[in-house]
Design a protein around this ligand. Structure first.
Ligand SMILES: Nc1nc2c(c(=O)[nH]1)N[C@H]1C(S)=C(S)[C@@H](COP(=O)(O)OP(=O)(O)OC[C@H]3O[C@@H](n4cnc5c(=O)[nH]c(N)nc54)[C@H](O)[C@@H]3O)O[C@H]1N2
Ligand SMILES: Nc1nc2c(c(=O)[nH]1)N[C@H]1C(S)=C(S)[C@@H](COP(=O)(O)OP(=O)(O)OC[C@H]3O[C@@H](n4cnc5c(=O)[nH]c(N)nc54)[C@H](O)[C@@H]3O)O[C@H]1N2
Ligand code: SF4
Ligand SMILES: [Mo]
Length: 766
């Protein structure tokens, strides 16, 4: 391949926004990258990271062959051998010890979720419910609260920042982390408009906080105190939207009683904010015509994580800022990223882990417990683990403890594009093509009222010895004897339909009949679609076949909204048209155009009313002040609070490993207040040793008054090994591996979400 002036449409894979990009290629390189104006969700917007994507596509640690670890050494093997041996071992563990001793982790990162659809088929073949996901180390508290309030854990909240008069950002720094569409543009517009207000709650004076009208620099970890004081003011000054509450909610009395009893001044002061400022925020929230709340890890990975998720949602619910323009809204999913787990408090059955008895939430299990589910003498301890698109050794809590635990597995299989620290511990490593070498998509279609979807074509041919994840899963499941290799009749029907053009006629009824006659095949429907309908699509696009089913189902549920987006005809025709549009539009499509009232249809309770009262969480409010005092005792041994993982200009999970991708901050310096640095005796660029209850590491410091005294902040996504200079054997970690310092016990009691934003540490001059 040589240089070409043609621009190819695809997407950035470095955060959940998946902005549309256009790329020029030069051989195997991405030579030029620009924003794709045709992508309806991002309309040409990009941040500084996207231009550096070639460091993902081309790096020295790319995997090129399946590998097996034999006596401590890596041996290249063929795919047939790899699939056969792994399938045999999975079946052996499953049939000897039970499927519940097998688990799966990952299944998609920031840009690749098609493989995850097929990962579900592998879990079915393994007979395990255990799906460990990064989402369960940040968002399961949020999902759990949504389940209680709205009736389904899949009722996921969006925020209409672009149309609001008041935006309340709590524990998030969208200038760096994005999380909202065209973040920097949206924030600048909001900040410059004198008629609109922006309030930020964050202990650091972040880039976002600097743009705000009001910045509440609360004491780290005191969100529940602060939010309950704001909500207390709403109730005690009678600022709630009573008409909204009467029409749409149940249980306000109990909430009113709990919040009515909050000692506002004491809570505000304990959070380090003046009671007057707390009251002013509550009044602004109540007075705004259209207000919305946007949160992220700063509340979800700090103390009282699940309670924070509840209180944050009460801020927009009690003020009636739900199901309206400029407020918070629910949204539809083409394919939901999460599921709904039942509620044990209502006697519903949920799967639980074997060792800890931890319940599933959103059909996910928390990475924080993975090590203890393996490293145990429990007869049903985990013995086999398959990971895909994740690097637990670097991104899950407690690197040292997890390394020890993974070494105890009878089988560890890692599917990745590069040799990761987790892959180094595996028995088998399976190489996948990069996200620019295969058909790919994400299911981060999380917007409202418009929703989008983007299926991406490959830009490059895949290295010969790699296999896309869907094919890896298909081969494994077939080799495990769970699913046939071919479906001749269905293939024929799919082919006939495709020759005739128009909506598919033969395939759908035949598929329904096949699944009715063989319900055993249901969990493997994605594989079946890939092998039949998938083979009628463009070369290599077979993995996208399950989208056909998703489109038809989406049309069943969202007919009107799809009509507004331009899809015509019966539901069936609309579904088919959407699928065709997805296949034929390289820059992504608009799925649906909702109306704000549609939010009520998306509420999970049959009566469409929000259940405001969550007893177990309301019961925690009266003891918040005492809990805060108890926390002071820890501060004596560990006088600094560490944010173990912030978002910066040049970090992106553990996706980019080559330190050269960073234009600055290669070593991910620890942010520290100049006075604290002086006390310890370090200057800018010098090193400190950071010591937590779990471990220690040495890192550079950068002096900054954006952090208050007593708080230090370290980036996530550093600490991966990469060669220094030309010799691939001389590799070293670049920057701090934050999870050397974190401990899995330091977590939310209900969801086991780690409290990464709130790690007590000691600092010593190194
Ligand atoms: N550049 C970049 N962007 C990313 C990513 C990345 O790696 N790099 N990762 C993506 C992913 S996976 C995620 S989940 C998102 C996360 O996105 P964010 O949550 O927005 O990012 P963070 O910087 O981790 O944390 C947000 C803020 O929480 C604040 N904070 C710390 N402790 C507290 C506290 O006790 N209370 C409050 N109120 N705030 C606190 C921090 O100071 C920080 O400014 O970012 C996404 N975007
Ligand atoms: N201490 C601390 N820890 C944290 C955080 C923190 O703030 N502090 N943040 C947490 C958060 S919010 C998140 S979301 C997690 C993220 O952590 P992980 O779930 O581990 O995900 P990523 O960092 O995105 O890792 C992506 C992996 O996928 C691989 N990959 C990329 N493309 C492909 C592909 O096409 N196929 C396959 N098979 N693999 C591919 C990459 O090589 C990389 O190894 O980290 C968490 N860990
Ligand atoms: S990292 Fe930047 S360019 Fe890439 S998807 Fe996120 S916001 Fe868009
Ligand atoms: Mo995340």
């Amino acid at each position: 391949m040589s240089a070409s002036d043609a621009w190819h449409s695809t997407a950035c894979i470095l955060c959940s926004l998946n902005c549309g990009i256009e790329v020029q290629t030069d051989g195997s390189r991405m030579s030029r990258i620009r924003g794709d104006k045709k992508t309806p969700s991002s309309t040409g917007y990009l941040c500084q990271k996207a231009g550096r994507l070639d460091y993902y596509q081309n790096n020295r640690q790319r995997l090129s062959r399946p590998m097996k670890r034999v006596g401590g050494k890596w041996e290249a093997i063929g795919w047939d051998q790899a699939i056969r041996e792994i399938a045999e071992k999975l079946v052996d563990i499953r049939d000897t010890h039970g499927g519940e001793t097998l688990a799966y982790a990952g299944g998609g990162g920031q840009g690749n979720h098609l493989g995850g659809v097929y990962g579900a088929a592998l879990r079915a073949a393994m007979r395990t419910p255990y799906y460990y996901s990064a989402l369960a180390q940040e968002k399961t508290g949020d999902f759990w609260v949504n389940g209680k309030l709205f009736g389904k854990q899949t009722c996921h909240i969006t925020e209409d920042i672009e149309h609001c008069d008041l935006a309340l950002f709590i524990g998030t720094n969208p200038w760096m982390s994005h999380g909202i569409a065209r973040a920097r543009k949206t924030l600048l517009e909001l900040s410059k408009d004198p008629a609109r207000k922006m309030i930020v709650i964050d202990p650091r004076k972040t880039e976002t906080a600097k743009l705000a009208d009001q910045h509440l620099a609360l004491r780290p970890g005191t969100d529940a105190l602060l939010l309950s004081a704001i909500l207390g003011t709403l109730v005690q000054e009678n600022l709630v939207d009573q008409r909204f509450l009467d029409a749409h909610t149940i249980g306000f009395e109990a909430v009113c009683k709990a919040l009515g009893a909050v000692p506002i001044d004491a809570h505000a002061k304990a959070a380090g904010i003046s009671p007057e400022e707390v009251r002013s925020v509550a009044r602004a929230l109540a007075g705004a015509k259209r207000a919305c709340v946007r949160v992220d890890l700063g509340v979800q990975q700090t103390r009282n994580s699940t309670l924070n998720s509840y209180l944050e949602k009460l801020c927009f619910l009690l003020t009636g800022n739900f199901a309206k323009q400029g407020g918070n809204n629910l949204h539809t999913f083409l394919l939901p990223l999460i599921g709904h787990s039942g509620d044990p408090e209502h006697g519903e059955k949920v799967a639980r882990t074997q060792v800890n008895g931890m319940q599933e939430i959103g059909k996910l299990f928390p990475p924080n417990l993975l090590a203890s589910e393996i490293d145990s003498d429990h007869p049903k301890r985990l013995r086999g683990l398959v990971t895909d698109s994740c690097n637990p050794i670097k991104t899950y809590t407690d690197t040292v403890g997890l390394t020890k635990a993974l070494a105890k597995l009878d089988l560890l299989v890692v599917i990745d594009v590069v040799m990761t620290e987790t892959a180094e511990l595996a028995h088998y490593v399976l190489p996948a093509p990069s996200q620019y070498e295969k058909w790919e998509a994400t299911f981060f279609s999380l917007s409202f009222p418009r929703n989008y979807f983007h299926l991406r074509k490959p830009l490059f041919s895949a290295p010969p010895e790699t296999l896309p994840e869907p094919e890896i899963y298909r081969r494994l499941v077939v080799a495990m004897g769970e699913c046939p290799d071919r479906f001749p009749l269905l293939s024929l029907a799919a082919k006939a339909d495709s020759v005739m053009g128009g909506p598919r006629r033969l395939f759908p009824p035949l598929l329904a009949l096949t699944l009715k006659r063989n319900p055993r095949l249901l969990p493997y429907a994605a594989l079946l679609l890939k092998e039949t309908l998938g083979k009628t699509l463009d070369a290599g696009a077979d993995a996208a076949a399950p989208l056909w089913f998703a489109c038809r189902r989406y049309a069943e549920k969202n007919e009107k909204a799809m009509e507004r987006a331009g899809y015509r005809g019966t539901k069936t025709r609309k579904g088919e048209a959407l699928f065709e549009a997805i296949l034929r539009t390289p820059s992504g499509v608009v799925l649906s155009e909702h109306q704000y009232e549609d939010c009520w249809q998306l509420v999970g309770y049959p009566d469409k009313k929000i259940r405001l009262e969550i007893k177990s969480l309301l019961a925690k409010i009266p003891s918040l002040l005492d809990d805060e005092k108890a926390h002071d005792a820890i501060r004596r041994a560990f006088p600094f609070m560490l944010i173990a993982g912030d978002r910066r200009s040049y970090n992106a999970g553990a996706i980019l490993r080559d330190p050269d991708w960073r234009k600055k901050d290669r070593e991910g310096a620890l942010m520290i207040h100049p006075k604290d640095a002086a006390t310890i005796g370090v200057r800018d660029g010098e090193s400190v040793r950071v010591v937590s209850e779990t471990g220690s590491l040495v890192t550079e410091v950068t002096l900054s008054d954006a952090v208050p005294q007593g708080l230090v902040s370290m980036p996530t996504g550093y600490g991966m090994d990469y060669p220094e200079g030309a010799d691939p054997r001389r590799s070293r970690p670049w920057g701090p591996g934050a999870n050397l310092l974190t401990s899995s016990g330091h977590c939310d009691p209900l969801t086991k979400t780690p409290l990464h934003k709130n790690v007590p540490v000691r600092l010593e001059k190194a």
